[in-house]
Design a protein around this ligand. Structure first.
Ligand SMILES: Nc1nc2c(ncn2[C@@H]2O[C@H](COP(=O)(O)OP(=O)(O)OP(=O)(O)O)[C@@H](O)[C@H]2O)c(=O)[nH]1
Length: 372
């Protein structure tokens, strides 16, 4: 690597489909002493994000971009955030930044992010791409690849693939997924991330491998834009958060492939919930709508233990065992639920919440209109 490149700050892009284990990996990664000088930028998809409450990074280390998807609406925010981080580090206003990790949303196209890092002169002078790491869920990954072009693209542009949740999948499923990954990303290295635990030395090496990356970059961009996306190219307007009037989408430079019909809903519930009926409601949703329930996250106030919230993670049919926190991560002690769904109406979720979980319609914000 040239001296000039060595002086630049490596940026690792951490991507992977919804619920594939990005945040779990990031939390483990941040516990390493080597990451003390890392700045973390997280882009959340959803009206009310929860990730920022669950990521174990110091306030100084962490920036949340939650005003849209980093591959389009908040691309300008990303540029400004990176510039500001570097400026403050250079002036000694913050501890020196030695590395940046960007966690994308599960629906992001990493190509525009790469493009931004390389094409924006001020960024290119101070940062270099330190690798694209893509998490792939062993349970849902194979089926997801058939349904969501974003997932295929995230894999196709990866330098390093980390297969997650192998503890939950049969060896045959893992092997079949491996063959698919070989075909989609023949040059990517591959490892396993088990509940976030992975060969982090491989990620460090990636951050240093500038020469190899440069060579592959043109091929990535070419391959990624050529990838068939089931007729969804140029889909303008995002799932759940429209690009809006401020959109800086550059349609001539990248194709956007967010699935049509994907929506993000969030609900806040004022009253503590009866856990048994709430869990029954979740089972009902997973059984009836699992395939289209792309992602569900929740922070739940239980009536029988209101001081210790439950963290919920649903990924399609899979509901991961809920985790009980020792305390609320912020002063807000209300139950908050975020859903990312395909073709499911907000009202369906709200009405079943009232009917099956026994929540008073008046306690739900936004209210369940037809359920009252
Ligand atoms: N059993 C098992 N569960 C895992 C593993 N990795 C992650 N999970 C669980 O999968 C769920 C989703 O993980 P996250 O890390 O939040 O996934 P994500 O990719 O950040 O999700 P989004 O940001 O919504 O796209 C959580 O309940 C994790 O505990 C694993 O290797 N094994």
């Amino acid at each position: 690597m040239s001296e000039a490149d060595a002086a630049k700050i490596p940026v690792t892009v951490l991507t992977g489909f919804l619920g594939s284990g990005k945040t779990t990996l990031l939390n483990r990664l941040l516990r390493r002493p080597a990451m003390a000088g890392a700045a973390v930028i997280v882009n959340e998809f959803g009206e009310v994000g929860l990730d920022h409450l669950l990521i174990e990074a110091s306030e100084e280390q962490f920036t949340l971009l939650d005003n849209g998807c980093v591959c389009c609406t908040v691309r300008g925010d990303l540029v400004e955030t990176l510039k500001e981080l570097e400026r403050r580090s250079r002036r000694g206003e913050t501890p020196r930044i030695e590395r940046v990790v960007i966690e994308t949303t599960g629906l992001a196209d990493p190509v525009p992010i790469l493009h931004t890092l390389i094409a924006e002169p001020e960024l290119a002078a101070r940062f270099r791409v330190g690798g694209i790491v893509t998490t792939v869920d062993a349970v849902n990954g194979f089926a997801t690849l058939g349904r969501h072009a974003e997932a295929a693209k995230q894999i196709a542009v990866a330098d390093h693939l980390l297969v997650t949740k192998t503890d939950l999948a049969s060896p045959e499923t893992v092997q079949a997924l491996g063959r698919r990954l070989d075909a989609l990303a023949p040059t990517a290295t591959r490892g396993i991330a088990s509940n976030g635990e992975a060969d982090f030395a491989a990620l460090d090496a990636l951050a240093e491998d500038e020469t190899g990356k440069r060579k592959r970059l043109a091929a990535w961009l070419e391959k990624a834009t050529a990838l068939p996306v089931h007729g969804l190219m140029h889909e303008h307007g995002h799932a759940g958060h429209d690009c809006g009037p401020d959109c800086d989408h550059d349609h001539s430079h990248h194709h956007h492939a967010h699935d049509h019909g994907i929506r993000s809903y969030s609900f806040v519930i004022d009253e503590p919930v009866e856990w048994a009926s709430f869990a029954r409601w979740l089972d009902y949703l997973a059984m009836l709508k699992g395939e289209d329930m792309l992602r569900m996250k929740g922070l739940v106030c239980r009536a029988d233990d209101p001081a210790r919230p439950m963290v919920l993670h649903g990924v399609q049919h899979v509901f991961h065992p809920p985790v009980r926190l020792d305390a609320w991560p912020s002063a807000d002690r209300r139950t908050r639920l975020v859903f990312i769904v395909r073709g499911i109406a907000r009202e369906m979720i709200a009405t079943t919440l009232v009917k099956f979980a026994g929540i008073g319609a008046g306690s739900i914000d936004p209210p369940a209109r037809s359920a009252a």
